[in-house]
Write a protein that binds this ligand. Structure first.
Ligand code: ARG
Length: 401
């Protein structure tokens, strides 16, 4: 009888390499590996070789960088996507895209099964499972690492027994990378008090004392040019990753609440994401009304939580995107940034849609603002506060007397 086929999301790392062998041995399946390039800068020829040498019957590589940037990263920029106000969602954004490709390939290959290398402890299992099921609930999902409750140490032991190569980096950290950032877990980092060692990072430089200045231009909420040079989204992100990272900017280190309830210490490196979101937020403050900003902040928090928690394909995310897109029509203009020794600061902004008018807010002679109007406003604004205090004072002096 012919073996059943399974399409495995394969990164070339430890978890997914172990999965190939487990799917063959334990499930007796033909494994087709799929690697989706979201900008992880890996050697894809080596990855294919590795997959085949471990036993994959076929390997498919898809370049999804453009699609990732256009359909996922841009939405996150407009939403100022930061989970718990810190994490730019690099890994979280790529998972639904990878899952959708996995489903496409499973259909092409007429495979009834798909597989991923996620553990049962993280967010990625939630993102993969729910995205796959949103696309095709009929596919069987196999997650060998989770099913067998494997630890990283056991995986390394198994890999060695099975002659599966394990890199030095894999022994230290678990890393996920794409154009929007790099997520680093494991090793020393599990001690929340331990400062991340320099070897955990690959974009950020620590020995550069010079000052960097850039000017970023936005159109409809999307960054389109840096220092007057127009670039395609993927190129712009890659350019900023190197440039901003070279000034030591882009590290995020925080305690995070995973979707499944566990708290974890997370370290990220996302120079482009940090610089772009910081600039985008700043420009929005100039062009959106106070009402829009307050409401959007709430939407952003919810949007980031949805995406983090594996619900990219929930209709609510698309609904929120419609609102966000509407607000972005006026987010046009330029932002100036200054970077030095790991810090980044906005130093200027300008827009044709600016609601900031120096002749209104300024204290100079040319002001067109009639100050007499303010008096009545202040009176009404504090009406209840003043009354409540007057009543409290009256009651207090009565009880004292
Ligand atoms: N905590 C992050 C997230 O849930 C990063 C996960 C990174 N995965 C990894 N294999 N290091 O998105």
């Amino acid at each position: 009888m012919a073996k059943q086929k399974v399409v495995l999301a394969y990164s070339g790392g430890l978890d997914t390499s172990v999965c190939i062998r487990y799917l063959q041995v334990l499930h007796d399946m033909d494994v087709v590996t799929v690697t989706i390039d979201c900008g992880q800068n890996d050697d894809f020829t080596e990855i294919e070789k590795k997959a085949r040498s471990i036993g994959a019957i076929d390997h498919i590589k898809i370049d999804a960088k453009e699609e990732f940037a256009t359909n996922f990263v841009i939405a996150s920029i407009k939403a100022n996507g930061l989970y718990q106000n810190k994490y730019p969602l690099g890994t979280a954004l790529a998972r639904p895209l990878i899952a959708s490709k996995l489903v496409e390939i499973a259909h092409q290959e007429a495979a009834p099964n798909v597989a991923h290398g996620c553990t049962g402890k993280g967010n990625d299992q939630v993102r993969f499972d729910l995205s796959i099921r949103a696309k095709d609930p009929g596919l069987k999902i196999i997650a060998p690492i989770r099913d067998m409750n494997l630890t990283r140490d056991l995986e390394i032991k198994f890999a060695k027994e099975q002659n599966i190569p394990v890199t030095e980096e894999a022994k230290k950290y678990s890393i996920d990378q794409n154009i929007w950032g790099r997520s680093i877990e494991g090793g020393n980092l599990e001690n929340a008090f331990c400062e991340p060692p320099i070897d955990a990072f690959s974009f950020v430089e620590f020995d550069n004392d010079s000052i960097g200045q850039i000017e970023m231009e936005f159109q409809n909420g999307i960054p389109v040019a840096v220092d007057g040079k127009r670039m395609k989204m993927v190129d712009l992100i890659e350019y900023l990753t190197r440039l901003v990272g070279s000034f030591g900017v882009g590290i995020v280190d925080h305690i995070e609440d995973r979707a499944i309830g566990i708290k974890s210490r997370e370290v990220y490196e996302a120079p482009a994401a940090i610089a772009i979101i910081e600039s985008h937020k700043d420009l929005e403050k100039m062009v959106l009304t106070n009402h829009e900003l307050r409401f959007k902040a709430f939407v952003e928090e919810y949007w980031s939580w949805l995406v983090y928690s594996g619900l990219w394909y929930d209709p609510l995310r698309r609904d929120l995107d419609k609102f966000i897109d509407e607000t972005q029509k006026r987010v046009n203009g330029k932002v100036k940034l200054r970077m030095h020794n790991g810090s980044l600061r906005v130093t200027g902004r300008e827009s044709d849609y600016s609601l900031y008018k120096s002749d209104v807010s300024g204290y100079g002679a040319s002001s067109s603002f009639d100050q007499a109007l303010a008096k009545g406003f202040v009176e009404l604004w504090g009406l209840q506060t003043v009354m409540a205090n007057a009543i409290a004072n009256r009651v207090e002096s009565k009880t004292a007397g």
